[in-house]
Design a protein around this ligand. Structure first.
Ligand SMILES: [Zn+2]
Length: 462
């Protein structure tokens, strides 16, 4: 066990070294045959089930119907699925390290100013925001390294070439919050080999463009909802673009945005799906839309609303995801309500990993205020998720700020929350914002049954 009081930098350096030791093997796995992939899935699944049964009181009973030493993927349906609500209500008895408590993890999250270790070896991150329900996820030493590797290994060719050229490799326009996976992972693992220029998506668009022009990255990583803004800046002659590929994660990539970007910036736009529960659960396919499922590190069962497996070529209502690489928080048949469509046949790129179509679904709207001040939803949901007592929320844009409905389980600090959101809005140019926060019993669903978390002013006025 590591001792307390080690400096962040010394722990991080060991972690960077550990990650680079693993990287070649995981890159090599991308060339595996079906038989090799399935053998690893079975091996890792047995190891996970065994560990969960031994060290997680909550999982022990639930795994009674399955024998870890002989289990195969086909046996998984003997294990009941679990939800984010299950996880958050039973957190302390789900995790496999008795020292890790949700209460302490929440305190750790509240005090986060930049990337930091929890108990000197773990990371805690919050939901990315797509479901609007708060979730706190614990990653162990190995799991955090594999998260990063799984995210970037598909770009190995681009990144290795850049290493040779000794240039900055990746620019990431993403969350600049220490509790968000995209920010925390790049903070932990950025090094001289894979230098990551981090550009907060919450900056005004002019500043994002200035940063991109300065950094000139080989690979641009960003949320899809900023693509149309970048294209407009390029057409105005403000953005100089010599990047090799654009890589989208975290939010649904709409076909129109992909098409517009490829036509305007003349680079391939690749997409991956990721979730706070399984960073790097997919890797990009370089031959057209969609992505491959990282089957060596997770099992994804596409199912209908009744929990029955759906066939290839059919769109599922949701997935059950089993994370094979992060044993401190076993997520076994964990429900994620993203609608996967796993494709039939082999991919033209030659990969033996299953391929899925781009996940369609709800996408968060940017709020645009007078003076063309663009505000990313992260400016709201980061402070909202930071408060442990807020379970759900709905943010409605107003002329000068927002009205926010929250469903609470305790007594969140309203002053701190309001101050934190106003400070974010101030930083993106909204100098005197008004933010009202209302506790409500529940958040109403729209007619389609979908939960919309961010309602822009134009819609709000209707
Ligand atoms: Zn492919």
């Amino acid at each position: 066990m590591t001792t307390i009081n080690q400096s962040y930098d010394s722990i991080r350096q060991r972690h960077v070294d550990y990650m680079w030791q693993l990287m070649p093997e995981y890159v090599n796995r991308l060339r595996w045959s079906r038989a090799e992939i399935e053998a690893e899935q079975t091996r890792a699944l047995r190891s996970l089930l065994d560990h969960a049964r031994m060290h997680s009181p909550w999982h022990k009973d639930r795994l009674a119907g399955i024998n870890p030493s002989t289990a195969t993927i086909a046996d998984l349906d003997k294990v009941p699925p679990m939800t984010k609500e299950d996880l958050m209500s039973n957190w302390d008895s789900i995790v496999t390290d008795k020292r890790a408590k949700l209460k302490d993890a929440n305190t750790h999250l509240l005090n986060l100013k930049s990337d930091a270790y929890f108990l000197d070896e773990y990371h805690v991150i919050l939901s990315g925001g797509s479901s609007g329900v708060r979730g706190a996820f614990l990653y162990d030493w190995h799991g955090w390294a594999v998260s990063y590797i799984s995210l970037v290994r598909g770009f190995n060719n681009i990144l290795m070439k850049i290493c040779d050229d000794n240039k900055s490799a990746i620019a990431s326009i993403s969350a600049y919050v220490a509790s968000h996976a995209s920010s925390a992972l790049s903070h932990t693992f950025s090094s001289h080999i894979n230098e990551i220029a981090h550009i907060p998506v919450t900056l005004p668009i002019d500043e994002i463009v200035n940063e991109l022009n300065r950094v000139r990255p080989a690979l641009l990583h960003c949320f899809p909802n900023i693509l149309s803004h970048l294209c407009a800046e390029f057409l105005d002659g403000k953005l100089q673009f010599n990047t090799k590929a654009v890589w989208c994660t975290s939010e649904p990539l709409l076909p129109g945005d992909r098409e517009l970007t490829e036509r305007t910036l003349k680079v391939p736009v690749v997409n991956t799906w990721s979730a706070s529960e399984v960073n790097g659960g997919t890797f990009p396919c370089m031959s057209g839309g969609g992505f491959h499922i990282s089957e060596d590190v997770c099992i994804i069962e596409p199912v209908n609303n009744h929990g029955q497996l759906v066939g290839r070529g059919e769109r599922a209502d949701k997935i059950y995801m089993t994370n094979l690489f992060n044993k401190v928080m076993p997520l076994i048949r964990y429900e994620i309500t993203d609608q996967f469509k796993v494709l039939e046949g082999l991919c033209p790129c030659g990969s033996s990993y299953l391929k899925a179509e781009d996940v369609l679904g709800r996408t968060d709207d940017l709020f645009v205020y007078d003076g063309n001040i663009i505000v990313h939803p992260l400016n709201f949901y980061s402070p909202l998720f930071q408060e442990p007592d807020i379970m759900e929320f709905l943010v409605r844009q107003t002329e000068q700020g927002a009205d926010i409905d929250i469903v609470v389980t305790g007594s969140p600090d309203y002053n701190r929350l309001e101050k934190s959101i106003k400070s974010n809005l101030f930083q993106v140019g909204l100098k005197s914002s008004k933010v009202n926060i209302y506790p409500v019993e529940s958040i109403k669903r729209s007619k389609t049954g979908k939960l919309k978390r961010f309602v822009p002013l134009a819609v709000n006025k209707k």
